[in-house]
Design a protein around this ligand. Structure first.
Ligand code: IVH
Length: 682
């Protein structure tokens, strides 16, 4: 490089650094001060990473006010300011197992050891809080703020029930404990639903919702929000070091009455730490709160002190970050799909974007009201989210990226496939195409009929289902059973050879033996999924009994209300649906429940609801046991519920049970109850 080239490169780097700093500052303000981020965390991380890299290459560009030199944004002035006695720090990130190994090696070199114990904790995606206790009582609660000065949110934090106002004996006279305030996913969904109903703006995520709730000037508002907190660190303490390791500190915090995350683990081998990180990457969605990674900490506190800090990050800890599940992209168009019950489902056609290892081109949009509430327009830049196996969702628009050319969406007045005018039932958000003969409905219904959990017929995918209908070989699922008479036509249309046609026909034959519950699912009755169908099949014992049942008889089954009862009655009131049942009967499809319907047993008369994760039994096993011995399984807690069995990470049901005075059992007590009534658990 010539001197001239070098100056040019430096000038370019300088310009880019300035640009990045102003972008980072803008997004930090949106995130930390306004609680209204415009870009996903991963994009923000990428801006920060680019800035860090440039500063590393050109250290002369580093200034004390660079965002790399501090942790967060300035506190808002409306709350009092709390000066943190010891700053609240940030964590270095690791984006892969290799990054974790590199961190581990650096630490090993520094302390001249080749192994040490590590503690792993879920990284809660909430907001940091520092709690000062004096003489066992909560004195102040503060946000992180810029790391040295935070906002005084004591009055609001006092409303969070899991944060003790008074501690068990054994606490130091003065100390500070740190943790994360968060909102449960179920609480967030419920809150947003209620806000939507009330015409209020929706929160973008549980994190934003928690931050917004804690920063209310009126603590009553905070109190009404489903907030919770996990504590994970001792900030400072006046007298002596209470414990020698981080793990023991956490146990000690627990003993004082603090909520410590149950999913923490301690390992001596780095490989186990990495396996733990990978495990949680796959099962993060199973928790009712959001986590965005695993924090790995050195257990030995003396070793922590020896390692110290670099800038604002401790050397003794690192955050393994999960791959991002959100990204921004352009929403090209909003199209409408017709579902099997005729529901018009709007969906987003997106400019393809990579999220968590998959390319996303389509995302759901729920319904028209939701699109309105979130003000999503065609042509918008949108935040798209992908979680586990579920269909990607559009979270909301990035309003600042609007050009004015975006177009609002409204539902078509006619079905996009058969052109029948659409209808909307009062009280329901969805629009329907009322034409049961609509080709789109027939197609979706057939696809559903053969699907898993329904008749489970192998070998009929989307394209074959389409061809069968188009060529007039079948009109509904019932016609599949006469396809064996048209074997030659099948071979002709399919070009897939005799062998696969015979395989298909065998699979259709085998489906005649499916349990009644699966047949009920296959019929495609609105609101009748697997769980409800099992209840109906067991209770009525045969399709004929169900077809003859009154709405009241259907509603007598725990977990089924008027909505399901009406839908069942309406379904069997239609001639074409009765005709379908007759077609199935004529073909020899099983229409009886061979488990014998509701039976008498040692648990007769008991209604039990199970929530959360059980350890000894799976939830299905638990529910089957209850049903096989005459008990009823409810899907929600009501006054009629006798017991709520509470496993790990329960949702909102436990609170409901408490409110209604319904007895709760943990897994051991549940098993004891079964044993008491003579029901053995394998
Ligand atoms: S330890 C010096 N443990 O993540 C280390 N932090 O990106 C202090 N966080 O500021 C943090 N869960 O707000 C720690 N189990 C956990 C955490 C956790 C979430 C947050 C915390 C921290 C941020 C760093």
């Amino acid at each position: 490089m010539t001197v001239k080239d070098e100056t040019r490169a430096f000038q370019q780097a300088k310009l880019r650094v300035e640009e990045l700093r102003s972008q980072v500052a803008y997004h930090e303000h949106r995130y930390f001060v306004l609680d209204s981020p415009e870009i996903p965390d991963a994009e923000f991380d990428a801006l920060m990473a680019e800035l860090r890299d440039l500063e590393a290459a050109h250290p002369e560009l580093i200034t004390p006010d660079s965002p790399t030199q501090r942790v967060g944004g300035a506190p808002v002035e409306t709350f009092g300011i709390v000066q943190h006695r010891v700053p609240l720090l940030s964590l270095a990130n690791a984006f892969s197992a290799d990054d974790v190994r590199a961190w581990f090696r650096r630490v090993c070199n520094m302390v001249e050891r080749d192994r040490f114990t590590l503690v792993c904790e879920p990284k809660i995606d909430g907001l940091a809080v520092a709690l000062v206790y004096e003489e066992g009582r909560l004195q102040t609660a503060a946000t992180r703020g810029d790391g040295t000065r935070g906002e005084n949110i004591t009055q609001n934090v006092r409303t969070i029930r899991s944060i003790p106002a008074k501690l068990a004996a054994g606490a130091p006279p003065r100390f500070e404990v740190r943790g994360e305030i968060y909102m449960t996913k179920s609480g967030f969904e419920k809150l947003n639903y209620e806000r939507g109903e009330a015409g209020l703006a929706l929160f973008a995520s549980p994190r934003n919702s928690a931050a917004g709730s804690v920063r209310q000037l009126d603590p009553k508002v905070t109190a009404s929000r489903p907030l919770d907190a996990f504590l994970y660190q001792l900030g400072w303490h006046d007298d002596g070091a209470p414990r020698a390791t981080h793990w023991e500190t956490l146990q000690w915090l627990k003993s004082l009455g603090f909520k410590v995350n149950p999913n923490i683990a301690r390992f001596d081998e780095l490989d186990d730490v990495i396996a733990f990180c990978e495990q949680w990457t796959g099962k993060r969605d199973s928790l009712d709160y959001e986590i965005d990674g695993i924090v790995i900490k050195i257990d030995d506190l003396a070793l922590q002190r020896q390692l110290g800090f670099v800038g604002r990050e401790p050397r003794w800890a690192v955050a393994f970050k999960f791959p991002p599940t959100q990204a921004t992209t352009k929403l090209l168009r909003i199209d409408v799909n017709v579902g099997r019950t005729g529901t018009l489902n709007p969906f987003a056609a997106l400019e393809p974007v990579r999220i968590a290892g998959a390319t996303v081109k389509l995302a759901t949009l729920h319904n028209e009201d939701d699109i309105r509430r979130k003000d999503i327009r065609q042509g918008d830049t949108v935040i798209v989210q992908r979680a586990g196996d579920v269909i990607p969702q559009v979270v909301g628009p990035v309003v600042s990226k609007r050009t004015g050319k975006e177009r609002r969406f409204s539902m078509p007045k006619r079905c996009p496939v058969c052109k029948t005018p659409v209808v909307r039932n009062p009280g329901e958000a969805a629009y329907y195409c009322p034409n049961r003969q609509c080709p789109a409905q027939r197609f979706r219904l057939l696809e559903h009929f053969v699907g898993r959990g329904a008749m489970d017929i192998e070998g009929i995918g989307e394209s074959l289902a389409y061809l069968l209908l188009e060529r007039g070989l079948v009109r509904d699922g019932g016609d599949l059973y006469s396809l064996k008479l048209r074997r030659d036509e099948l071979i002709a249309i399919e070009r897939m050879g005799e062998k696969s046609v015979d395989h298909l026909l065998a699979s259709i034959e085998a489906s005649k033996e499916r349990p009644l519950a699966q047949v009920l699912v296959a019929l495609g009755i609105r609101h009748v999924g697997g769980e409800v169908a099992r209840g109906l099949a067991m209770h009525f014992g045969s399709i004929d009994a169900l077809m003859g049942a009154t709405a009241e008889q259907v509603m007598a089954i725990p977990g089924t209300g008027a909505k399901i009862a009406d839908s069942v009655r309406e379904f069997f009131a239609l001639d074409e649906n009765r005709a379908l049942v007759e077609k199935l009967r004529a073909a020899g499809v099983n229409l009886r429940d061979d488990s014998g319907g509701a039976r008498e047993g040692p648990l007769s008369g008991l209604t039990i609801v199970i929530t959360g994760r059980l350890e000894r039994l799976s939830r299905n096993e638990g529910e089957d046991l209850v049903k096989r011995h005459g008990g009823a399984i409810g899907s929600s807690v009501t006054k009629k519920t006798d017991y709520l069995v509470v496993g790990a990470d329960p949702g909102s049901k436990a609170a409901k049970a408490e409110k209604l005075g319904v007895a709760t059992l943990d897994e051991d007590a549940f098993i004891a109850l079964l044993a008491e009534r003579g029901v053995a658990v394998a």
